[in-house]
Design a protein around this ligand. Structure first.
Ligand code: ATP
Length: 369
């Protein structure tokens, strides 16, 4: 295992009665990009602010290279923060903006010039060095904001929704750019976003948060394919994960979930200790993990079709499972008619089982990566 660069240990922040960050523990390896992902207000920015030293935790600890930094002033933590709304000085040229952090560190002018040229070239903004921010486009402005932080060579780079003000096409381009920065600088990065695509495409590991609490911290693959609870399953994925309510049942030694006349088979795996046959459960299965079943597929199940909506090469079929409705995507031309039934086979490892009340994952199946 690589060296742990940054560790949050039971990190907590209360603003009066409000628990903005609720005992969050996360270890980030050196050179790794970790995405803090969650809806607005879940505590992402508050975590960044505590790491950089702009907010003081009300509990827990923050370790950099194994040492607590709670008593280290912000300027001495070697952590760089890039804000969401391009923090650039509008009255200064790009060159002076980039040089600012080095000037306050009292670096000598020839060295400043060298470092500024280097970072400008790295971010493809050399031709804009003598222009003012008002003359720049949105993506160039964001490069200047990133450059202002990169030039100071922080060991840990914190990016707070850095692409949220860019248009979709620019966002894709900057995402590629960030991947290059990541690969070329080898910096440890915390990337804050509420955009699951950004998190899945940029991060090695994702911390999924809601209301100040950490719901899951794992690789992008595992968070997507093996959600720890129903919230994580519903927050990631577009179209979202399907949730089918039913009762856990056993049929000839095999676990199934039933509701009304419908039945879905479950994968083999270790079942939580406080769940038993007859429990109310929720099956979580992503639309893309449901395939049309071959006639002899032992894992097949049939459900009534409620609606068929062709959308070009793909058709969205809405089906019912007891009282729940769910969606599945099939190739257009598939024999699916409203009022008839469809026979499906789930990719068995990717069927999740959640507790009906708490939403916690009950069945440990499949291979984590
Ligand atoms: P967003 O994506 O909207 O920036 P976030 O996930 O970054 O949201 P935070 O900004 O960390 O969330 O806020 C977490 C909670 O703490 C919110 O309920 C917010 O209103 C509250 N909060 C943040 N800063 C303060 C403060 N200085 N005083 C009081 N409450 C605060």
């Amino acid at each position: 295992m690589a060296k742990i660069k940054l560790e949050l240990v039971n990190l907590r922040k209360e603003f009066g009665e409000l628990v903005a960050v609720n005992d969050v523990s996360i270890a980030i390896e050196e050179g790794e990009t970790m995405a803090l992902l969650g809806p607005s207000g879940c505590g992402k920015t508050t975590i960044l602010n505590m790491v950089v030293g702009l907010e003081t935790p009300t509990g827990g600890d923050i370790l950099i290279d194994g040492q607590s930094v709670l008593k280290v002033p912000p300027g001495d933590r070697n952590v760089g923060l890039v804000f969401q709304d391009y923090a650039v000085f509008t009255h200064m040229t790009v060159r002076r903006n980039l040089a600012y952090g080095l000037k306050i560190r009292k670096m000598k002018q020839p060295e400043i010039d060298r470092e500024v040229s280097k970072v400008a070239e790295f971010l493809s903004i050399s031709h804009q060095l003598d222009h003012k921010p008002s003359e720049l486009g949105a993506s160039e402005l964001q490069r200047v904001a990133i450059g202002r932080t990169l030039v100071t060579n922080p060991e840990i780079l914190l990016l707070d929704e850095p692409l949220s003000n860019l248009e979709a096409a620019m966002r894709n381009q900057m995402r590629r750019e960030l991947r290059r920065i990541q690969a070329d600088t080898g910096q440890t990065i915390i990337y804050v976003t509420h955009d699951q695509i950004e998190a899945l495409s940029l991060a090695h590991r994702i911390a999924v948060m809601d209301f100040g609490s950490l719901h899951q911290y794992d690789t992008a693959h595992n968070v997507y394919q093996y959600p720890a609870n129903r919230f994580v399953g519903s927050f990631l994925g577009n179209p979202p994960m399907n949730f089918l309510k039913g009762k856990l049942t056993e049929d000839g030694g095999k676990r199934i979930v039933t509701s009304g006349d419908s039945t879905i088979p479950l994968p083999a795996g270790k079942l939580g200790s406080d769940v038993s046959v007859g429990s109310d459960v929720v099956v979580g299965v992503r639309p893309e993990s449901l395939n049309l079943a071959a006639a002899d597929d032992p894992g097949r199940f049939s459900v009534p079709i409620l609606a068929v909506e062709p959308q070009g090469p793909e058709t969205v079929v809405t089906a019912s499972f007891g009282d729940s409705t769910f969606k599945v995507i099939v190739p257009t031309g598939t024999d699916a008619v409203e009022g008839s039934s469809i026979s499906l086979a789930p990719e068995s490892d990717l069927v999740a089982l959640f507790d009906a009340e708490s939403g916690v994952r009950l069945l440990d199946s499949g291979e984590r990566r």
